[in-house]
Ligand binder design. Sequence first.
Ligand code: SF4
Length: 339
Amino acid sequence: MQINIIGLTLSQLCDLFIEHGLSKLDAKRVYPWIHKKFSSSFEKMSDLSIYTRSILQQKFSLSKGKCINIQKSVDGTQKALLQFSDSACVETVFIPEKNRNTICISSQVGCAMGCKFCHTGTQGFTRNLTSSEIMAQVLFWKEHFNISNIVFMGMGEPLLNTDSLFSVLKILLDKKTHNFSRNKITVSTCGIIGNQLNILSQFGVKLALSLHATNDELRSKIMPINNKYPLNSILSAVKQYKTDSNTNHITFEYLMLKDINDSINNAKELVSILHNIPAKVNLISYNDWPNSTFKSSDKEQIKKFSTFLLKKGIRTTIRSSRGQDILAACGQLKYNSNL
Ligand code: SF4
């Protein structure tokens, strides 16, 4: 079976090539073809000998999966469904804005975390994506658009697939190829802490915590992971992350769920748990999906909640939902097997 090499860091590629009788120089030549010229075949790699190209063709692949569906929202957001060699599919989203183009990347096929409000969570977990499958999503969008920001907020929990995530981050931050600034990459977690979070902090990328509740009782009800890592431990871990990663703040994602977490008492509780953390709170109106039992707070309540936080000195934004009509907004991604 051919080995897909689009998700390998340069040093991984060098090692692999040497293992297969090729040279480091070959790897150094192939790498920019993949990441700067988005090449899909070895044939075009004109600075490699015909012999080397034939070995590459036999042993390796540059597969970016197959795009089996693409949907465009009225607001310009696009959602692509990519299928990989074992037929597993993931969704990835492109969000154009005035001053930036963001892509949202999936890290797993499905998700094991089972957050009650999340469409992906209802799908269950199939498997981790390889680094090549994660990279395929980035290259898919980069071939068509200038991408300024990347968020790992698609399907799955990135911190439960760190082997692949860390390889991809190394490639994205590589000055000689993608050259993303660490400030333009955000990794989101539902609250997985421990060694993997410590390693992530060394990349210096931004961290977003999907908080969604202000006390353990409520959070455990809607996010089962809270039973394993309760709020206290998560909050002190992300505070440490801020220091270790030298980032400006931690982003807290907070879905506004009607009559569940949207009262002024909840806002007070939020102020209290964030009191010593440099925080930015994103209030997100809940995006409905078929058979969901949750409802979004109404606009007025979101505004009240936001005003309360702002008055208490917490940097707060009400995030506009993008791509709702094509189920591309936060928490709406789910592979529809009928496609
Ligand atoms: S919100 Fe994130 S972590 Fe929770 S089930 Fe959905 S994809 Fe998984």
